[in-house]
Design a binder for this molecule. Sequence first.
Ligand SMILES: NC(=O)c1ccc[n+]([C@@H]2O[C@H](COP(=O)([O-])OP(=O)(O)OC[C@H]3O[C@@H](n4cnc5c(N)ncnc54)[C@H](O)[C@@H]3O)[C@@H](O)[C@H]2O)c1
Length: 342
Amino acid sequence: MEPTRIGVIGAGLMGAHFLAIARQHPVCLPIGVADVLSDRAQSLADRYGVRSYSDYRNLLDDPDLDAVVIATGESFHLEPALYAAAAGKHMLIEKPLATSSMDGEKMIAAAAQSGVLLMVAHALRFDPNYGRARQAVRSGTLGDLVHVNARRNTSMGDAARLAGRTSITYYLGSHSVDTLQWVMNSPICEVTTISVQKALRHLGVDDTVLSLLRFQSGAIGALENSWIRPDGAANRKIGSSLVLMGTRGAFAVETMTPGAVLYTEGRSDPYNPAYSFEDAPFGIISNVYRDEFGHFVDCIRSGAEPIVTPAQALSAVRVCEAIEESLASRRPVSIAQDNVFQ
Ligand SMILES: NC(=O)c1ccc[n+]([C@@H]2O[C@H](COP(=O)([O-])OP(=O)(O)OC[C@H]3O[C@@H](n4cnc5c(N)ncnc54)[C@H](O)[C@@H]3O)[C@@H](O)[C@H]2O)c1
């Protein structure tokens, strides 16, 4: 069986992770990694025995390459995606698709024109908890959805690592927005957003962003995103939850509830494999990113449509854009869009 030959663009947090995952995938062969910071690319290349590039175009020009993971920062997805499409390479693009719907539309059009697969890495789609939430909505078990509450909060260390490169909404909110629209089976059609800046003023970013949401279905929602969780409080930086309230039932996902806890002198480290970046026992990676990458490879090999469709990923960008616009204008912002979540 011919392997699917994989390259990674962006040798940072997620790029390193996907390289490790690709190496463990039974039908994949990672062959190269590119980063403008050539030391970063070289050190990953040495670790995984792949070629290193400082210019992603040289990686994409390799005729042996089948597919690429684009794991550059949020606003640097456009150029590599357009080049990958022109080179005929399938692409898994880290979330969010883009930081403007105009860029997102260009990327989707380029991939469609070249006939390559474009999947956006909305990792929570691969967390079975959110899958169960969607099932509960679709089956009618919850009745008519009335309101929803979604939280996703990371640590100050994460904000410091990103150093003002991006906003909370594109970095964290894009996860929540995609999950909400997918689980609720309904696009968000209006947002009203406020924010506060205290601890992270030196980085020029908000600490917390809160939005009120209206869905096309008539349901309403509250969205909370921040990056001011204390560092070192636990080994998991992300605090995330989802609560759905319907006319006949409710559903709650709470990812801070640990699967296991390690207690040592003066601290406790909760562990939840679905959210862990750590290697599982015996070094075998087992988490949402592994399953997400596996789905991408299955879609390449079978020609199936990914469960995160390009139109759905673009919809998340439109909502994030509206959240940013509402913050700037201090007004509710309406979003006209078709329901691509049915
Ligand atoms: N799914 C998740 O849970 C999750 C978690 C963190 C980040 N992300 C997403 O992953 C993406 C990357 O985030 P990160 O935290 O890994 O970033 P990072 O800063 O750790 O790494 C990004 C890398 O891309 C490189 N880069 C930038 N422009 C480049 C270019 N033109 N060519 C080659 N390399 C280039 C940078 O030098 C850097 O090494 C973002 O879209 C982010 O939102 C997703």
